[in-house]
Design a protein around this ligand. Structure first.
Ligand code: GLC
Length: 748
């Protein structure tokens, strides 16, 4: 055991009494251990349990180990850790408190690269953006429940996801892990994913709190933003996710906000998260994000993760010393332990011990991932109805993207090593954050299954002349374009490896060309006017190749809508030059988010810019009509009703979106003319209609006043728009809203 962990144990009165357990392995409550009574509230159980702890036992809960070997530091994880895992915190056997076995991440059960010889092969969800692009909260929850079950069956009770940082920076290397640019969409999707993971009695960890919105300089930059603007954007996504999902833990990020590191930022952790939002779980650090003992402890950090990534084990001996000298009150350590143990009770970790014999149904899990991707693929262009492809197509050429082998996934800690292994070994950096992992789900193979009569040829695309010849031979051409994104580095929006030139050459050779993009986020598309069809498939996940083929041939109607705006050019961005680019590594710098809450479509609409593709945009193989829009005030809330109709000849799913904003938005201090106020995804047969009713969260109609520490809505006329994209929208209806205000302490 590492030296730093010895200290708490020295203080520990090690009276190890065996915990009586009943047949199912659940520790049974008894007079000595009343906290094991599931009839008590999690808070009461935690209070009782911590009261029975020694100081050493409390301290043992607040210091996490890394779960994998770090050869360069001569570190080996404790014996109890899972192989190749992200973290481990020993349990307290005599009290019936289990260990915290911690795994990455939000897209499935990942394996640390250090364990290269023994990857855990698991099911990979499509990227977070793909799930967000489904605008289907139920699907998001279902996918998360699947990875939660795989985590539990793999011996983990903590899963380090979902991420809810807003896509402020379309070049962000981790955008693929997140849920887009709008706080309502991101918050609702992340909240559903938290519910899904925790439905399996696995603790979900909402991350990275907060404003970890780019990778360049992520451990040294300061994200500077007016507090009120943060409350209406990045923080609102977290606030909604916490309300919707009640995550057992929140992970503070690497960066600074307004000059203070996230993990010692009293405003973020104590004032906002635990104070205003009444958050009762615990705050864990990101791996290497702790920079102090007393400042972090007093600011609201409850657990130091993987202390070997920090300069020292701040919450090891230094914290014990800080308690001894009174710089950190013992009560604060009591609270840390209580928050951690409360979560273990609240999520069911104690009452539902890990079952080492649990099986994973990989076939069923792959179908869950595929269903997610199938509804997350966004049809961006369909000139001349080139899509869906006819199954009677005679000659079809498929080009590039290793589409004959698999589909791309993102890099870094979220990388899931797939069942069946990496379909294209040896691509990209061998070390961190690589390799580029391709999931064994071949779009080509699946397309052959969709059109068994067709003569389908594949060319790699490395030889443009060969690709052009093949395109000339074909009746239809499908080009797969890929852009790899990874944690710890940001990306260019230009497709790498000459793919733009390849697409342009192929489209010139054959106008019946469709492009399928597998990217981490928005990309520039200089060839968009030259191709006939265009799909954004994100990182498609396990079974993603089959999902792409089913959409291409119309077995599934495309129903994805963009969770992020696609710019026409970099000059349209709030920060055309990536902040910190070119600076020496570890040289601190500021990212001044002067755009405030005007993220994504709000920026474009405020600045009267027209992006290449707008937030919320997505086509279908059928057509939908929207009408009967009405907005009324009911019990002080804005209630919007409307009808959606399928005007086409085939079934489909519509994503009806409601946007809201005051006529005098600038005068009222709004960041943009309108905000997403709600949506509904509706599945309709040809000719069918559905009436939808939704209520708009009052915070989306208000401005956060930092001085008064409250949400304030001005009285007056508000416009309500309806459509299937943030732009264009139909004519608004106008409703008069009364003044309204509510303290920042939303859960009061
Ligand atoms: C990483 C990431 C975080 C991840 C953790 C454990 O650096 O920032 O998302 O969960 O460390 O791998």
């Amino acid at each position: 055991m590492s030296v730093s962990r010895l200290v708490p144990c020295i203080l520990l009165l090690c009276a190890i009494a065996p915990v009586r357990v009943i047949a199912s392995g659940v520790p049974a409550a008894d007079a000595v251990r009343p906290w094991l009574d599931p009839g008590l509230s999690p808070g009461e159980r935690a209070r009782l349990a911590v009261r029975a702890m020694s100081e050493g036992e409390e301290l043992s809960l607040v210091l996490g180990d890394f779960g994998s070997v770090m050869a360069q530091k001569g570190y080996r994880p404790p014996a109890g850790a899972r192989m190749g895992s992200a973290g481990y915190v020993p349990g307290i056997a005599r009290l019936g408190i289990p260990p915290q076995w911690i795994s990455d991440a939000g897209l499935g059960v990942a394996t640390q690269r250090a364990s290269r010889d023994a990857y855990r092969e698991r099911t990979a969800l499509p990227s977070g953006l793909a799930t967000a692009a489904t605008w289907n909260v139920g699907l998001a929850q279902r996918g998360a429940a699947m990875i939660g079950a795989e985590a539990r069956a793999s011996g983990f009770d903590v899963l380090l996801g979902p991420g809810a940082d807003l896509v402020r920076e379309p070049r962000g290397g981790r955008d693929f892990e997140y849920a887009g640019e709008d706080p309502l969409l991101a918050g609702m999707m992340a909240g559903a994913q938290i519910r899904g993971i925790q439905s399996q009695h696995v603790i979900a960890v909402l991350k990275h709190f907060a404003l970890n919105d780019q990778e360049t300089g992520r451990t040294v930059l300061s994200a500077d933003i007016a507090r009120g603007q943060a409350r209406m954007s990045d923080l609102l996504a977290f606030e909604l996710a916490i309300e919707q999902g009640h995550p057992g833990a929140v992970m503070c990020g690497y960066n600074r906000v307004n000059g203070q590191y996230d993990c010692e930022n009293r405003w973020l952790l104590d004032e906002v998260l635990k104070g205003d939002w009444g958050y009762r779980g615990y705050v864990m650090s990101d791996w290497g994000a702790v920079h102090s003992t007393v400042r972090s402890a007093l600011a609201g950090l409850d657990q130091e993760s993987a202390y070997t990534f920090d300069e020292k084990p701040y919450f090891g001996a230094p914290l014990a010393e800080a308690v001894r000298t009174g710089r950190v009150p013992r009560e604060r350590v009591d609270e840390m332990a209580e928050r951690i143990v409360r979560t273990l009770f609240a999520v069911g970790v104690v009452d539902h011990p890990i079952d080492p014999e649990a099986r994973i149904e990989f076939g069923a899990d792959r179908r869950v991932a595929e269903a997610d991707e199938a509804q997350g693929i966004v049809l961006l262009k369909n000139a001349g109805g080139i899509l869906p492809l006819a199954r009677t197509v005679k000659r079809l050429v498929v080009i590039g993207g290793h589409a004959d082998r698999g589909v791309m996934s993102g890099g870094g800690s979220s990388t899931v090593f797939p069942v069946g292994g990496d379909a294209v070994a040896g691509v990209g950096p061998a070390g961190w954050p690589g390799p580029v992992v391709y999931l064994p789900s071949s779009p080509l193979g699946a397309m052959m299954g969709e059109a068994p009569q067709a003569r389908i040829r594949y060319v790699s695309g490395r030889d443009v002349a060969q690709a052009v010849r093949a395109a000339k031979w074909a009746d239809r051409v499908v080009v797969f374009a890929t852009q790899w994104a990874a944690e710890s580095e940001d990306v260019s929006l230009t497709l790498p490896g000459g793919q733009d030139a390849l697409i342009e050459a192929v489209a010139r050779a054959n106008p019946h060309t469709v492009v399928v993009v597998e990217s981490g986020g928005p990309v520039l598309m200089p060839w968009v006017s030259q191709v006939a069809g265009l799909l954004e498939a994100w990182y498609p996940g396990s079974g993603g190749g089959e999902a792409i083929a089913r959409v291409l041939f119309g077995t599934v109607d495309p129903s994805g809508h963009l969770p992020v705006s696609f710019p026409r050019r970099l000059a349209q961005l709030p920060h055309p030059r990536l902040a910190g680019a070119g600076l020496a590594a570890n040289r601190p710098f500021e990212v001044r988010y002067s755009e405030g809450a005007a993220v994504g479509y709000k920026w474009y609409q405020r600045e009267r810019l027209t992006p290449l593709f707008a937030f919320g945009y997505g086509l279908s193989y059928t057509r939908f009509g929207y009408g009967d829009l009405r907005a009324r005030v009911r019990n002080g809330q804005l209630v919007v009703t409307f009808t959606v109709s399928n005007l086409g000849q085939r079934s489909g799913r519509a994503v009806a979106q409601v946007y809201v904003g005051p006529k005098s938005w600038r005068a009222l201090g709004w960041e943009a003319p309108r905000r997403l106020g709600g949506w509904s995804k509706v599945s309709l047969a040809p000719g069918a209609s559905r009436t939808v009713r939704l209520t708009v969260d009052p915070r989306l109609l208000a401005v956060f006043d930092s001085r008064a520490q409250r949400w304030e809505r001005s009285p007056g006329p508000y416009e309500v728009w309806l459509g299937d994209s943030s732009d264009p929208l139909g004519p608004p209806t106008v409703v008069s809203l009364p003044a309204w205000q509510h303290s920042a302490r939303w859960n009061e």
